[in-house]
Design a protein around this ligand. Structure first.
Ligand code: SF4
Ligand code: SF4
Length: 371
């Protein structure tokens, strides 16, 4: 007699997955990363002070006290360095750490007795403790050659070279006010607005590889990208391509990201510029835009000595000459730009004058979107 196969029981359908909540916009929730004492006393602080540079002390209305040790990192850390840091935090801290926007770490502890050993462990592993109060903060910088597609220099390398020279000022609180520095490895994106900013400066229009444009670039998007309408579609050698009106081009590099055949980076003609006086806060004075004070500095890896020299010179004069609590912009406004150039010994040239008359009509200077 033929065997009758038992009916196959259909597999139980998997329970419907909870759809992932969209969280692509807005600031992520930071509460899971707060020290328990900070979470408990959130918004309930009585006062805070700084017992020494690099250490914040918060006292809550409940009587709880929290000490936060701030240390600089190199931002792009290898696994070994991250493990070293985590071991220190577990052994000498309380297992909690948060990163600031300037790539510092802040480690909270609930007892003053833990602060000294934590600082010793961080310093001996190469993480300098500082960056609080009127110090020179860690430089906010962008990724450069490591993982961005449009850099004209390596921001991280220039930052490393400069912070090697400024580490003493990072660890002390001896500047007139806090000093924020930033770097940007292309002209158009990440690294703007700081007391002193180091920003790439292209000085020649892009060179177009006409053989590649049709295959790689969406030409209308590239044309639309140019803020001064300097790009036009063109047929070159029988192929659809693009052309640039070089009289209009202001060498911003905005066309290079959507169209890599419009190469603008150049070992000789891509330079660095120093801008000063940017400030976002409303404290004591209104927010200010930066102004360029040195242009055409050589893009000179691996130590960028010319850039470091100009930044250190400005900082030296600011430290000597500014009054207590004057930010860089406040100081320059008080003494005036002619005195700024006299005191710093920087040369004022025609390249520092913002003479682009199209800005009024073309740039988005308000929150309104214009096309
Ligand atoms: S500044 Fe420009 S090149 Fe550098 S990381 Fe930002 S977008 Fe990329
Ligand atoms: S570099 Fe800037 S101004 Fe020049 S063509 Fe490209 S987008 Fe236009």
């Amino acid at each position: 007699m033929a065997q009758v196969e038992a009916p196959v029981t259909p597999a139980k359908p998997a329970p419907p997955k909870t759809p992932r909540r969209a969280n692509e916009t807005g600031v992520p929730d930071n509460t899971p990363f707060l020290h328990p004492l900070m979470k408990k006393n959130y918004g309930q602080w009585k006062y805070h002070d700084r017992p020494r540079p690099g250490v914040l002390h918060h006292v809550a209305k409940s009587g709880d006290e929290l000490w936060t040790v701030k240390a600089g990192t190199q931002r792009q850390m290898d696994v070994w360095t991250i493990r070293t840091l985590c071991d220190i935090i577990d052994k000498f801290g309380e297992g909690q750490v948060r990163f600031t926007i300037r790539s510092n770490v802040e480690i909270g502890v609930s007892k003053w007795e833990k602060v000294g050993p934590l600082i010793n462990a961080l310093e001996s592993a190469g993480f300098p403790v500082g960056g609080t109060g009127n110090s020179i903060s860690m430089i906010a910088h962008t990724q450069g050659w490591l993982h961005c597609d449009i850099p004209g220099t390596d921001a991280s390398g220039a930052v490393k070279a400069l912070m090697d020279d400024l580490i003493v000022e990072f660890k002390r609180e001896e500047m007139p006010n806090r000093v924020h520095l930033s770097t940007s490895c292309c002209e158009i994106n990440c690294g703007g607005q700081a007391d002193i900013a180091i920003i790439v400066q292209h000085t020649k229009p892009p060179k177009i590889n006409h053989d590649l444009v049709a295959n790689v670039c969406e030409r209308p998007a590239v044309v639309a990208r140019c803020p001064v309408a300097a790009i036009r579609p063109a047929m070159v050698n029988g192929k659809p391509s693009l052309e640039i009106d070089e009289k209009k081009c202001m060498c911003c590099g905005a066309c290079y990201p959507p169209c890599p055949p419009m190469q603008i980076n150049d070992p000789e003609h891509t330079k660095l510029a120093i801008w000063v006086g940017g400030k976002n806060s409303n404290a004591r004075g209104k927010p200010t835009f930066m102004k360029m004070v040195a242009s055409g500095l050589p893009n000179n890896p691996p130590r960028w000595p010319e850039v470091s020299e100009v930044v250190k010179r400005i900082l030296r004069v600011y430290k000597e000459d500014a009054r207590s609590w004057e930010r860089m912009a406040d100081w320059i406004e008080r003494i005036g730009w002619p005195r700024f150039f006299e005191k710093t010994g920087l040369t004022f040239t025609k390249y520092l004058i913002d003479d682009w008359r199209g800005a009024r009509a073309n740039l988005n200077a308000s929150t309104h979107i214009r096309f």
